[in-house]
Design a protein. Structure first.
Lengths: 262, 262
DNA sequence: CAGGCATACTCGTATAGACGAGTGGGCAAG
DNA sequence: CTTGCCCACTCGTCTATACGAGTATGCCTG
């Protein structure tokens, strides 16, 4: 195994209070930030860093685990540790549910992704009646049973978002909303046809680390948070007619809102 | 050292493909989710888990590091590992910059926190002229120099948010905006007095893991992401008159937006 | 030439041990 | 009683070693 090119990474400072594995992580982070390692590029192997710094393997692995936690790198078994590429982000504008966008036959997700040159896909479609959680029930005005529409969105094969819509059963049962494909304009178009003219939406946004189930569903690398968005749709009568609970891979999204100054 | 109460945590499954440290993390996570360990409560010590499961200490530590990465627990040197309490969250409504909220003498942050019974504080105040980053310059319409206003917000002694406002120098220089305390209603009130009547705001929201500097500034525990919000204020002439770059501790915030359905 | 296997290199998991440093309680000296 | 020290317990850091499992490459065999 050949040694690292000199100058690529510095030396350790034995007089420093900073732990050795942190110093190594600092040097790797800086090298990445400075572009010495580019996106997708392989970092030196554990063995190479062991030789370079004269430390044990666990110390090097400790450094890598810091960078993984920061979302900077990811390890591939049998291959190496790589600088995590920044995936293309999907921009969600606050007017994406405006009535004028609701005329096409295809869903907003498909239209938008096609326009951006990506290959969109929707899978894990599930539509069923169920008992809502306390939180969902409250948001919908204490309903006992709801129609739940679950689906997962993928871009170019990568899962980016998992969403569940909840609708009061008295609104949705027996309508196209209860079908896997609700038709052109989506469920919001159907709700308006059913007499629930939409007035406004409320969106709540949180960010947190994913649960193990979310890591699995969204194929999340370590160090990638999720954005948790809960949208409630209100009709002109002030009734909450839908709650949509969405979990998004945070590295795949930028949310954009336009707000009046009045 | 007395053994753990039996039944608190299960046994390992040696036939499972799942790594031992993951099985231990799973059991601890489940115990936390089920409320067997409450918020702020101490988990069994590393030594106790070593005895209970008959594994080495590094394996137990590995389990803890998983839970730390998920933001579920945090370790305190010399004390133990504790279930991370969910701090009270601050709710940011989308109308928080509406003109009607701009009449009071105190800043929105102070007013809001007082109302919630928290003890707010603002520190690290810095106001200076500087050369903007490429991104900030673009957002402000290719200005060469800006006034930067930096401040950190704390609730009950805990830093929760770090924000920098950038304003074109030709607007802000020599005005109260360039003073540490811009006066009642904040800089938006001053901008309007200067003839820049505000028309609308654009907000961009991202979530990601914090940089080491952000960890330090916001005293973030590991496993806590940040919400990165960039707000641009436009006057009625369509000019971008301010860009505010805000980094928030994600576990301290819920953002809330109200959107028209039209 | 095509296919399969050996091999070297990669990271993943786990053990055992050592010392350091922060915390808190109890005991002993004043 | 108060002060200060010691000690037990906690997590933090680091070493050394071992084996497993995924990947890629090149050589050998058919």
């Amino acid at each position: 195994m050949s040694p690292l090119p000199s100058g690529l990474l510095g030396d350790l400072d034995p007089t420093s209070d900073r732990a050795v594995f942190r110093q190594i992580a600092d040097q790797l982070r800086e090298a990445i930030d400075r572009g010495r390692f580019r996106e997708g590029e392989k970092l030196p192997s554990e063995a190479e860093l062991v030789d370079h710094y004269g430390v044990s393997r666990m110390t090097v692995r400790n450094s890598f685990s810091i960078l993984q936690g920061e979302g900077l790198v990811h390890a591939e078994h049998g291959k190496g540790v790589f600088v995590r590429p920044r995936p293309p982000v999907r921009r969600l504008a606050s007017d994406r549910f405006a009535r004028r966008h609701r005329e096409q036959g295809k869903s907003a997700f498909i239209v938008e992704a096609d326009a951006a040159g990506s290959h969109p896909k929707v899978d894990s479609l599930e539509v069923k009646e169920e008992k809502p959680s306390q939180d969902i029930s409250t948001r919908l005005g204490s309903v006992r049973r709801v129609l739940a529409r679950r689906r997962r969105y993928l871009l170019d094969g990568r899962p980016v978002e998992f969403a569940t819509s909840y609708l009061p059963l008295d609104i949705a049962r027996g309508t196209p909303i209860a079908e896997p494909n609700p038709g052109p304009g989506g469920i919001y178009a159907r709700l308006e046809e059913l007499g629930h003219r939409l007035d406004h939406f409320e969106e709540e946004i949180r960010a947190r680390m994913p649960s193990p189930a979310e890591v699995k569903t969204l194929h999340l690398a370590s160090g990638v948070p999720v954005i948790h968005l809960i949208r409630t749709a209100f009709d002109t009568g002030g009734r909450a007619v839908e709650v949509c609970d969405t979990v998004m891979a945070a590295d795949a999204y930028v949310l954009s809102y336009q707000l009046p100054a009045t």
